[in-house]
Design a protein around this ligand. Sequence first.
Ligand SMILES: NC(=O)c1ccc[n+]([C@@H]2O[C@H](COP(=O)([O-])OP(=O)(O)OC[C@H]3O[C@@H](n4cnc5c(N)ncnc54)[C@H](OP(=O)(O)O)[C@@H]3O)[C@@H](O)[C@H]2O)c1
Length: 334
Amino acid sequence: MQCYQVKKTGGLDNLIIVDSKVLEPLAGQVLVRWRASSLNYHDYMVAVGGIPCEDGRVPMSDGAGEVVAVGKGVTTWKTGDRVMSLFFPNWLNGKPTVTNSAMVSGDTTDGYAREYSCIGAHALTPMPVDYSFTQAATLPCAALTAWRALMVEGNLQAGDSVLIQGTGGKSIFALQIAKAAGAYVYATSSSDEKLEQLKTLGADEVVNYRSDEKWGRTLWKQSGGIDHVLDVGAETTLKHSVEAVAMGGNISLIGVLGGVTAKLVMPTLFFKHVKLSGLAVGSRYMQEKMVSAINVNNIKPVIDKTFAFTELKQAFEYQTTGAHFGKIVVNYDH
Ligand SMILES: NC(=O)c1ccc[n+]([C@@H]2O[C@H](COP(=O)([O-])OP(=O)(O)OC[C@H]3O[C@@H](n4cnc5c(N)ncnc54)[C@H](OP(=O)(O)O)[C@@H]3O)[C@@H](O)[C@H]2O)c1
C-alpha cells in the first residue's frame, strides 16, 4: 500500500510517498481501508514543520474508510462498516485530560494519509448515513470543533446569534450547525464574492473584514452584541471578537490564522462579562452526537475541491492560497 510520511519536517517537498506493508489487525484492532482525508490548517503546520513531529510521521488527522478485517475480541465493528477517525484517538468521553489528549492523529501518532492501517476499535465512529467517504473525511477535525464550540460548550439555543469568521472548513460547518439549531448568523470574509456564497448558505448578515477595518464595531452596531463568537484569527481578530460579542456572551478561541498571540484590553472583558474559552476539537462521544445531528438535519459538507492521493502537496499549496470556500479533500481511489 501507499503511505505518506513527513521526512525531516521543513517543507512540502519533505512529504514523500513510500510503499508499506498492510498488517493483520491485532486483538482489539480493526484493519481500515482509508478512502479519503481532508485538509486542516493543523495538517499543513505538521507537513511544513510548524508543528515538529517524529521523522517519518504519517500525516493527516482526518480519515474516512471501511473496515476490511476485524481482530480478536472486537464486537463493535464488522467488515464493511463505514467509519471515521478521531482527532484524539484516546479521548472517548468526559473532559479532556493530559492523558486522553496526548495522542493527536497525524501529529503525535500516525494519521490517515495512507491506504490501510490497523487501529484500535475504540478510535473510530460511524460515518453519517448516506455520506460518501469524501464527505465523511471532512468531519473529524473541522466539523467536530464547530459542533463542540456551539452545541457542547456554548449550549446554543434557538434564537441565539452566532459570528463565524472567514470561509474555511470549520467556519462553514459552524454556519450550517448554527442554522440547523435555529440561530441568527453573522459572517465575515475578505471576499465580497464569498460573502454572497455565505448568504446563499443561510448567513443572515455579512461583513467584509478586509474593506471594513472596524468590523468588530460594525457587527456590534448591527447586532447589539453577538451571543457566540468563534474566533479563528487570534492576533488579527480577537480584538474585533471582543467588540462584537454580547454582554455575557461566549468567545471560543479556536484558530490562529492571523498570528499566535493577541493583545486585549482587560476592562472591556470584565465589563462585558465575556466568557473566553480555548478548545481543541472534541471527544468520541461528541463526534457520535454530532453524527446523529447531521443525520437528523441532513447537513452536507461544502467541499470546494478534491485532489487525488498523489496530489497531497498540490492540495496544501491550494489551501495556502486561501481561495477555498469550505473543505479541501484528498481521495484515495485510483
Ligand atoms: N481549536 C481547534 O480544535 C481547531 C480545529 C479546527 C481548526 N482550527 C483552527 O481554526 C482555524 C481555521 O481552520 P480551518 O481548517 O477552517 O482553516 P482554513 O480552511 O484554512 O481557513 C482559511 C480561511 O480563513 C479565513 N482567514 C484567513 N486568515 C484570516 C484572518 N487573519 N482573519 C480572519 N479570517 C481569516 C479566510 O477566509 P476568507 O477567504 O473568507 O477571508 C481563509 O480562506 C485555523 O487556525 C485552525 O488551526 C482549530
